[in-house]
Design a protein around this ligand. Sequence first.
Ligand code: HEM
Length: 223
Amino acid sequence: MARTVWDSSLGKKTVMAVSGLIMLTYLVLHMLGNLKIFFGTEDFNEYAHWLRTLGEPALHYEWVLWGLRVVLVIAVVAHGISAYQLSRRDIRARPTKYLHRKARASYATRTMRWGGIILGLFIVWHLLDLTTGTVHSGGFEEGRPYQNVVDTFSTWYGNVVYIVAVLALGLHIRHGFWSAAQTLGASSRTRDRALKATADILALLLTVGFLVVPVAVMTGVVS
Ligand code: HEM
């Protein structure tokens, strides 16, 4: 049963939609959490500490965080694999089978593919930068994300990497949210305008919400 669902294009699109919505929920929370940087060093660093002690004393240190990480990794992998397989299917189906099929993938499809690749690479860079500190520009200090974020946005390449990724994220969510709504059957003639407006607003809020942090460091509002 599960195998048949997974093998169907609709099954893969459903996996993409559900994993996408899980990541979207995480990103809304992450963006809101990032805005705590405007309340100062103590607030932001305490917030990062709180994320690690969540669930205590019933659960141990970092258990909730690790649970979240496992869910996110599963979502990212499932999203990537189904995207790749759907895209292979699309390419295989192309030559002459359907006369009306366009020779090239549409603008939206190409934007989603490239956007997805950019975001995948960005996530790796971002984790090495602000979670492990492996590629961090300054002296990375665990447990002091405020200083780490300021270091990152004090280099030109840090700003370029994050700004490009956040813009790609905005475009990806704008189209992805709409696709997910269609796959999950939420779309209808009466609801389509509202769904498209929701996709636009969500994408815009996330883009602006993430971008204000590098802009604040560049302009000296956060230092
Ligand atoms: C200006 C934009 C961003 C800033 C300033 C930022 C900041 C941070 C910081 C400081 C951490 C480490 C938190 C800690 O160790 O307590 C973190 C972790 C993380 N961020 Fe971001 N982030 C940004 C954008 C993004 C985007 C666009 C994505 C995804 C596409 C993302 C995904 C993640 C993930 C998956 C983690 C790891 C969470 C964990 O397992 O500890 N971030 N971010």
